[in-house]
Design a protein around this ligand. Structure first.
Ligand SMILES: C[S@@+](CC[C@H](N)C(=O)[O-])C[C@H]1O[C@@H](n2cnc3c(N)ncnc32)[C@H](O)[C@@H]1O
Length: 318
């Protein structure tokens, strides 16, 4: 991920443990401290490209290979480093979180219907089915069709009362994940943090749903493929290009190139990214993002409208 260049690997693990895992995964918090203290493993990690030294990628690889997360973790990683590092080099963190649809839904329903959806950085495309999931905002009445996937979301304001009408959907990814491929889905499962059983069952239910009608996913870099996909979208629908947890993977100049493309294309633009990722949107926030919890900034056509839970767990309207 960009922005991590020049960061010491031990420090990267310690910060991940303190600021990301704490409160969400005691296992990963403990492992981060252990890795940061293991000079030999840090040396091995430093032989990988910077983007491949991520804690999430190491833990995902160990779990994918069936390794332990208890006190046996470090000895096992040393013994199996060839396999672990091969998985880390081959795969990347492509966590696909359908829960994010709960934060996208209010904006989707606010636009002229019907919609043609294009997701940038779609992974397996599970966020391309906002109309097939059921929603429960603030524990209230369920909204949406009967579905194997119900998404709960806390809000501090209005919640949608209607569902969007999606007539076309497609995604772009550097490495699209095929929901019909058991090994690829097993990798997605290995990326869900160990204590988060509810996220794992949600992922499995969303994969089942997507398997019955797999999404059209185009392989490629967003900056090379978006124009063509927009041209393919039906003209009698509102074309919505959206993305969450994606642009941090692009270097700043490529993010700027993407933003320039979005301003030029005849589409609506929904972004849901960490606050520092799109500086022009951050500049319009008018307030500092909360420092005590990770948030994304949800924006429509570059106008920020809410802070959102990175997994779709809350929607705080600005
Ligand atoms: C963390 S995943 C997020 C997946 C999905 N947006 C979600 O919210 O669940 C980021 C995805 O962006 C993709 N990605 C990263 N850089 C990209 C690029 N330049 N062009 C297309 N896809 C990219 C990765 O392959 C990965 O699948």
């Amino acid at each position: 991920m960009h922005g991590m260049e020049g960061t010491d690997t031990a420090d990267r693990y310690l910060r991940f443990g303190r600021f990301e895992a704490r409160g969400h995964s005691p296992t990963y918090e403990r492992l981060c401290a252990a890795v940061a203290d293991d000079a030999a493993l840090l040396g091995l990690l430093d032989e990988l490209p910077v983007a491949k030294r991520q804690p999430n990628l190491l833990y995902g690889a160990v779990r994918f290979l069936g390794g332990p997360l208890d006190d046996g973790f470090l000895p096992w990683v040393h013994e199996h480093w060839a396999e672990v590092s091969a998985v880390m080099r081959e795969r990347s963190t492509q966590t696909n979180e359908p829960g994010r649809c709960a934060t996208l839904l209010p904006l989707l329903t606010s636009l002229p219907q019907p919609l043609a959806l294009i997701e940038v950085g779609a992974s397996a495309g599970l966020c391309l089915y906002p109309d097939r999931y059921r929603y429960r905002y603030d524990g209230g009445q369920p909204l949406g069709p009967a579905s194997g996937v119900t998404l709960a979301c806390r809000t501090n304001g209005p919640v949608p009362r209607e569902m969007p009408r999606v007539v076309w959907r497609a995604g772009i990814d550097l490495n699209p994940i095929d929901v019909r491929d058991v090994e690829q889905v097993r990798w997605l499962e290995a990326l869900v943090w160990p204590e988060q059983e509810d996220r794992l069952s949600r992922l499995r239910a969303a994969v089942d749903l997507a398997r019955s009608d797999p999404p059209h996913l185009v392989r490629g870099d967003v900056n090379e493929t978006l124009d063509e996909l927009v041209r393919q979208a039906p003209r009698d629908a509102t074309v919505v290009v959206f993305h969450s947890a994606v642009l941090a993977y692009l270097p700043p100049a490529e993010r700027e190139r993407f933003a320039a493309t979005m301003r030029r294309l005849p589409v609506r633009w929904i972004s849901n990214e960490a606050p520092t990722v799109l500086p022009d949107i951050a500049a319009r926030l008018g307030r500092t993002p909360p420092a005590d919890r990770g948030v994304f900034v949800l924006a429509l056509d570059e106008k920020p409208v809410a802070f959102t839970g990175p997994h779709g767990q809350f929607l705080d309207w600005l």
